[in-house]
Design a protein. Structure first.
Ligand code: UDP
Length: 233
């Protein structure tokens, strides 16, 4: 999985991200939207609302609720995915909602909901991070007040070496994966999952890679909003 000179199969250094491109406002009928091309991953996020919370049972007297759906398109991977939600997509929708609830100023919209739809069009590892990042830009594009944007990125370990932003092969055959959701301005953590085992030292290294990368990704997110709205967004 690693070349003799320490580079990875795709030529990246251990601390190098895949190429990331972000565009805001790609779904004209939505209140806010974003496209994130991250390596060969492609995600579109669309935001609708705030609107009255339906069904009534999800409504909260004192705040807004986030209704987040994550879905992988049937054609997003080579083995066709059965359309519709499954356990994995429901779990990812839930952890994404929890992360976003940490930043959206929900108390401004009592008895309301904001719908966040994340569609993965092409999937090559790290799609929960790509989707959460896309949703953050889409919420900002919709003008929803937030204390910060959530930036999400994963690091992991491959052949005993900690690497940033695993690709598909590294994700499949690596030893561990640590996706995180980070608030770039404060360094706070709003989402963390771990697949596999990492020693305390490797965990720290993966953590540091994610924290460093979050700043880099945040700049691309802000630039996407600035390109749409002008100024420094
Ligand atoms: N994947 C797949 N079919 C599935 C789920 C996942 O082919 O039903 C692939 C897809 O490329 C995904 C990768 O496996 O990006 C890793 O999936 P994981 O559950 O680790 O989530 P992710 O890394 O995408 O957040």
């Amino acid at each position: 999985m690693l070349n003799e000179d320490g580079t990875r199969m795709d030529g990246r250094r251990p601390d190098e991200l895949r190429k990331i491109e972000i565009e805001a406002g790609v779904v004209p009928v939505a209140d806010g939207s974003a496209r994130v091309q991250w390596g060969t991953n492609l995600a579109i996020a669309a935001v609708y609302g705030p609107m009255e919370a339906h069904p009534r049972k999800i409504s909260r007297q004192d705040r807004c609720v986030l209704d987040v759906r994550y879905n992988m398109a049937p054609f997003s991977v080579t083995d066709r995915i059965r359309p519709g939600f499954n356990r994995r997509s429901r779990e990812i929708g839930k952890v994404t909602a929890n992360a976003l609830e940490s930043v959206v100023q929900l108390e401004l919209y009592p008895r309301s909901k904001i719908r966040v739809e994340i569609e993965i069009m092409c999937a090559e590892a790290g799609t929960r991070c790509v989707g959460l990042t896309a949703a953050s830009v889409a919420l900002a594009d919709a003008g929803i007040p937030m204390t910060d944007m959530v930036v999400s990125v994963a690091s992991g370990r491959v052949n005993g070496v900690v690497v940033l932003d695993l690709n598909k092969e590294e994700d499949n055959y690596g030893d561990a994966d640590l996706p995180m959701g980070i608030l770039p301005n404060s360094g706070e953590l709003v989402f963390l999952q771990m697949d596999g085992d990492l020693s305390p030292e490797d965990f720290q290294e993966a953590w540091d890679y994610n924290m460093g990368a979050a700043k880099e990704i945040h700049e691309i997110m802000v630039a996407a909003l600035a390109a749409r709205y002008g100024g420094d967004a």
